[in-house]
Design a protein. Structure first.
Length: 177
């Protein structure tokens, strides 16, 4: 079996075209859309280097448009989405545990819905979802405070850190409401 050959390519927007530069071959090709770049580069390399298309791999090392590094921007967007999913999971977990703790403490469901900003029907669902595990409001608040006692930071895969907001944990469960 023949080994795969990897080539590097950089992509730059010029007018209506994405210009694809392949330095190893001192070659340039073009694509209309960004999603076509890899395939067009592979085809160009296969023809130029007389290789089977199946053996050609392209690694996009940079994408630039209007003076912006789009590869960095794409990575940051992906990192932010990942962090948002993690925060959504935390909010869901916290909401479920808080609904359970408050309903177990005989707080009316409609009041819990006011605190959580969801319908009273959703509060009932959340409390049922958490029904398998006994909950203690103090423990729930402590867990969130321990987990988020520092600033909320977004950690990018490339090591960059973006401070989003300073999280000031409540000193008592009463301050949360």
């Amino acid at each position: 079996m023949a080994r795969r050959t990897t080539y590097s390519a950089t992509v730059t927007r010029e007018g209506r075209w994405w210009m694809v530069d392949i330095p190893e071959l001192d070659g340039v090709t073009q694509a209309r859309r960004l999603d076509e770049v890899e395939q067009i580069a592979r085809e160009y390399i296969a023809v130029t280097a007389d290789l089977p298309l199946s053996q050609v791999t392209v690694e996009i090392s940079g994408i630039e448009a209007a003076g912006h590094d789009l590869l960095d921007a794409k990575t940051l967007v992906e990192d932010l989405r990942s962090q948002a999913r993690q925060l959504e999971t935390l909010v869901a977990d916290f909401s479920r545990e808080l609904a359970s703790a408050l309903t177990n403490a005989d707080v009316p469901v409609r009041d819990v819905s006011n605190v959580l900003g969801v319908s009273h029907q959703r509060v009932s669902q959340l409390a049922q979802e958490a029904a398998g595990t006994p909950s203690d409001l103090t423990d729930v608040v402590r867990q969130v405070n321990v987990r988020y006692q520092q600033d909320l930071l977004i950690h990018g895969k490339d090591g960059r850190v973006l401070r989003v907001v300073e999280v000031v944990p409540p000193s008592s469960p009463r301050e949360m409401m």
